[in-house]
Design a protein around this ligand. Structure first.
Ligand SMILES: Cc1cc2nc3c(=O)[nH]c(=O)nc-3n(C[C@H](O)[C@H](O)[C@H](O)COP(=O)(O)OP(=O)(O)OC[C@H]3O[C@@H](n4cnc5c(N)ncnc54)[C@H](O)[C@@H]3O)c2cc1C
Length: 466
């Protein structure tokens, strides 16, 4: 575990925009490094439970462990022992990756599934317990002045009716919908460093790109996702469904242009299901998430096997959350002056290798290590470039790998696809990158804090010339 360090400039005024995975992670990373003046600005008035399940792969577990918060996150989680890929119509198991000893033996940590709120809670609790992080909720950042390292905040008006208890990663917060409460004071805040972790719709990214004459273009992938959960209490001990809750396995049912990935969370009280399908609803809409129609969901997966149909039918009406899956080409730069982008703001990653949150937290950890090494405020820009140059090759690769993975899974050549999966046991390459050994090695062996510490001097010297 990383003990609290003494950075060269402990009083650096570090201001973080967004209390999602990247922002809360950055606050905790900086607190662990010994910084004492850390502020997190979050648009949503409260931080509530949102989303559904999320994976804690070994590369993310390593960082959380180093910060001393891993158990807060994984206490109620499920250690996955087997990851199955199945034909969506016949329910045939096409291949199974056995994680039982493999994960811990090879990568030092198991592969755990948790409720998304558990990950956010461990980061927020860690940051709050440090005593050096101040959270400013209900404050929307409207403008940046990167030349002078400051930003404008619009405070939530007193007595404003919070339209959301949802934050981080696609809830209905003001930040996500882009709505601003009427009234409310504005104020400019000066910082020494601004860490912009404001998610896929990042205003900071748009502002940085506009200053360089670039267009901030979020790509429409043509895909959408339902995120749904079935409660154990709803299944009436149906023997066909009980093993989904009592077991320690994940399931990916694949079909043409669609798949469903599912796993238990919350000590087996919930079975989390996340789908991907062609996007039919959001084409004209200006919001990115919505409560979807259960009927529409059932129609979309009408040809999936009876076990899956049963599960989908048990999802309560009104609890079908639908997300539009957006992507962004790798950005040329993440830094402007003494401000840096973090997480989805600079590398939104499709969920198909389950690494978006992990990459955001890795960014945060790298920033903590790098900022702690800065000896003078004049070196902050160069240090932030060092962070960017350390992180970009890895996150660019993750973004492209996640995008490529859905192509292999969603092909219309069913026979060839199924055969390729069956051939895995004979040594063939695994068409699902998320469970393939070579991808695991690259993703899970990585220790971001160690890498940042080791590469700092060389990358910092190189950044001088940029
Ligand atoms: C369907 C789906 C499934 C996924 N599954 C997984 C998974 O299993 N594993 C995984 O690792 N990742 C997964 N991800 C990705 C993961 O959710 C994101 O990559 C991660 O949440 C990014 O964290 P972030 O901090 O960058 O952004 P976010 O978590 O989106 O946080 C951004 C924060 O900034 C705030 N904000 C925005 N604008 C402003 C503003 N102007 N002023 C103040 N505050 C602002 C927002 O309210 C929000 O709290 C999935 C994503 C999707 C869409």
């Amino acid at each position: 575990m990383t003990a609290t360090m003494t950075p060269h400039l402990p009083d650096l005024r570090i201001h973080i925009i967004g209390a999602g995975m990247g922002g809360a992670g950055a606050a905790l990373a900086c607190a662990k490094q010994g910084f004492k003046d850390i502020h997190v600005w979050e648009a949503a008035p409260a931080i509530g439970e949102v989303g559904a399940g999320i994976n804690i792969p070994p590369n993310l577990a390593r960082v959380l462990d180093s910060w001393g918060v891993l158990s807060i996150c994984t206490d109620e989680g499920i250690v996955i022992t087997h990851a199955n890929v199945l034909d969506c119509e016949t329910d045939e198991v096409l291949t199974t990756a056995d994680y039982s000893n493999y994960m811990e033996q090879n990568f030092g940590y198991p592969f755990t599934t948790v409720h998304r709120s558990a990950l956010q809670k461990c980061l927020l609790e860690g940051a709050k317990n440090s005593g050096v992080v101040t959270f400013h909720l209900g404050n929307f950042i409207t403008e940046y002045d990167f030349d002078n390292t400051r930003f404008q905040v619009k405070h939530r008006p007193r007595g404003a009716n919070g339209d959301s208890t949802v934050t981080s990663g696609g809830g209905a917060s003001d930040a996500v919908t882009g709505r601003l409460a009427e009234g409310g004071e504005t104020e400019w805040i000066d910082a020494d460093v601004i860490i912009c972790a404001d998610g896929i719709k990042s205003k900071a990214r748009a502002a940085m790109m506009a200053r360089k004459g670039e267009v901030d273009e979020v790509e429409d992938t043509g895909q959408a996702a339902y995120r749904i959960m079935v409660r154990r209490s709803a299944i009436n001990e149906d023997p066909e469904l009980v093993p989904f809750f009592t077991g320690t396995q994940s399931y990916r049912w694949i079909g043409e242009k669609r798949h469903i990935i599912a796993y238990p969370i919350e000590r087996g009280d919930l079975f989390n299901m996340s789908t991907t399908q062609p996007d039919r609803h959001f084409v004209e809409a200006d919001t990115w998430t919505a409560v979807g129609s259960k009927d529409e969901m059932l129609k979309t997966f009408h040809d999936f096997c009876p076990r899956v149909q049963k599960l989908l039918n048990l999802v309560p009406e009104g609890e079908v959350l639908e997300w539009k899956l957006r992507a962004h080409q790798p950005l040329p730069h993440w830094i402007d002056g003494k401000s840096a982008l973090v997480g989805d703001a600079c590398h939104p990653t499709l969920p198909h290798i389950a690494q978006g949150a992990a990459m955001a937290v890795e960014d945060a950890a790298a920033l903590g290590v790098i900022l702690a090494k800065v000896k003078s405020k004049d070196d902050i820009h160069q240090a932030l470039l060092t962070y960017q140059n350390l992180r970009k090759p890895r996150t660019d690769w993750a973004v492209l790998t996640a995008a490529a993975n859905s192509k292999g899974l969603h092909t219309n050549d069913k026979e060839a696809r199924n055969q390729a999966f069956r051939d895995v046991k004979n040594g063939g390459p695994n068409p699902d990158k998320m469970i393939s050994r070579d991808i695991h090695d690259r993703l899970f062996l990585y220790d971001v804090e160690k890498d940042a510490a080791q590469q700092y001097d060389a990358l910092f010297a190189k950044a001088k010339d940029e």
